[in-house]
Design a protein around this ligand. Structure first.
Ligand SMILES: Nc1ncnc2c1ncn2[C@@H]1O[C@H](COP(=O)(O)OP(=O)(O)O)[C@@H](O)[C@H]1O
Ligand SMILES: [Mg+2]
Length: 254
């Protein structure tokens, strides 16, 4: 019998630092069964249900065994791992639909051609029921494939005018609506094209500010050289469509 899968989607999440991107994504993950995060700032591993993994071989070994539910946060030591990570996420999504989260894609992609593995994940992942969250502070400087293919665009306060212009065009709203956002405000265009607005609120007090891990920058040349709760729940629902043809690679190849 042909396996049936739900539709995946791309959810594009952008906003300047502290605008609420990661908090938004974490809330969306509430119902998701299988989650893999490119967690460059080490913000997910401590969350309930997550395993933090830093070693690439360990990540692949765990994912090969993980055909059921599970949540992993991969904390890479090198930004050049991102394309490999994208292939791993795509391959894991072949085993069973999953949610892939890529934090801070402007560090590892640029507005030109998408890195090959990431390109496959964002162009073909949907067919395999993969829900991909593409998260960035700098939409004007990040890969446009994800933005162009996004079913949902969630935007918070953006400090940079070029970033606001880039996202306003895609949202189909006047840039003045983005200019007016304050930290923790958001606009969202859903899959049906409706734009809604809101503000992130918290039931508990703000966490004490703590030291943040230093960002790992790519070595020169490496980056540009070649180059909603609804969404998360969709990855765990029964599936309306047959799986498409076999993928280009499996976890055994990675
Ligand atoms: N329980 C809370 N109460 C109030 N503010 C919070 C709480 N948890 C997080 N925040 C704040 O919400 C903001 C958004 O955080 P985050 O989602 O990590 O931003 P981003 O990923 O866009 O950099 C931060 O300023 C953070 O300090
Ligand atoms: Mg964040």
């Amino acid at each position: 019998m042909t396996a049936r899968r739900p539709d995946g989607r791309i959810v594009y999440v952008c906003g300047s630092t502290g605008s609420g991107k990661s908090e938004y994504v974490r809330r969306q993950l509430a119902g998701a069964r299988r989650v893999l995060v490119w967690d460059i700032d080490d913000e997910y591993g401590h969350l309930p249900g997550f395993v933090r993994v830093a070693d690439p071989a360990d990540l692949v070994a765990r994912l090969r065994r993980l055909t059921g539910p599970g949540r992993l946060a991969f904390v890479a030591d090198d930004l050049r791992r991102f394309d490999w990570f994208s292939r791993v996420a795509f391959a894991w999504g072949q085993l069973a639909p999953c949610v892939a989260v890529a934090e801070e894609i402007a560090d590892v992609t640029h507005p030109g051609k998408a890195p090959p593995g990431w390109g496959v994940l964002v162009r073909r992942g949907r067919k395999y029921g993969i829900v991909t969250y593409a998260v960035t502070q700098r939409p004007a400087e990040a890969d446009k494939t994800a933005l162009g293919n996004a079913a949902v665009i969630h935007v918070g306060w953006l400090a940079d005018a070029a970033d606001r212009a880039t996202v306003a065009r895609k949202l189909g709203v006047p840039v003045a609506r983005l200019d007016a956002l304050a930290p923790l405000d958001w606009l969202e265009r859903d899959a049906a094209g409706r734009v809604t607005a809101g503000r992130l609120t918290f039931r508990t007090a703000a966490p004490a500010p703590g030291p943040k891990a230093p960002r790992r920058r790519p070595p020169p040349g490496s980056r540009a050289s070649d180059p909603d709760r609804r969404a998360a729940a969709a990855a765990s629902k029964p599936a309306p469509k047959p799986a498409p043809a076999a993928p280009a690679w499996t976890l055994d190849d990675l």
